[in-house]
Write a protein that binds this ligand. Structure first.
Ligand code: HEC
Length: 127
């Protein structure tokens, strides 16, 4: 085996490990590269809630009360910890079309989506 091959195998294994560890191994950058621009802004919560109830509630439940786990957005923090903003952003940007989650970024825009996220932060299930 050439050293190049050995090196790339090693890098592959390392990437796999980093990938598995991603939800917790982000101590240097707790918010991740994607952060909520309205973090801590109590004044956008009501608007976020009403946007949520208008656009998301028929699948994710009124005020995010949803008993079906994959759709229960009160579990974002529990599921993803500090990666929750990133996972949220990816889910609303790309959708999960094969599972019935539509693309939202092009419909509502980032500003409205982060208002929704700010509301969701207020209803997270405690760990
Ligand atoms: C037509 C139904 C539908 C609508 C409307 C909808 N979603 Fe979803 N969404 C889903 C489904 C189904 C899933 C679960 C996908 C899966 O199993 O991975 C999901 C998953 C998600 C996830 C990832 C949850 C996780 O724990 O990984 C986020 C974030 C999300 N939706 C946000 C939203 C937001 C914000 C809106 C409103 C702007 C919205 N969704 C509207 C169906 C919908």
């Amino acid at each position: 085996m050439s050293w190049r091959r050995a090196l790339s195998l090693h890098a592959g294994a390392l990437a796999a490990v980093l990938c598995l560890a991603a939800p917790t191994a982000d101590a240097q950058n707790p918010a991740g590269p994607i952060a909520n621009p309205f973090e801590g802004r109590a004044d956008v919560i009501d608007e976020g809630r009403s946007l949520f109830n208008q656009y998301c509630a028929h699948c994710h439940g009124t005020n995010a009360h949803q008993g079906e786990r994959p759709r229960d957005l009160r579990r974002l923090k529990l599921r993803y910890g500090s990666q929750a903003p990133r996972i949220f952003y990816e889910a609303v940007s790309n959708g999960r079309l094969e599972k019935g989650m539509p693309v939202w970024k092009s419909v509502l825009g980032e500003d409205m989506l982060w208002r929704i996220f700010t509301f969701l932060e207020t209803v997270q299930t405690p760990p």
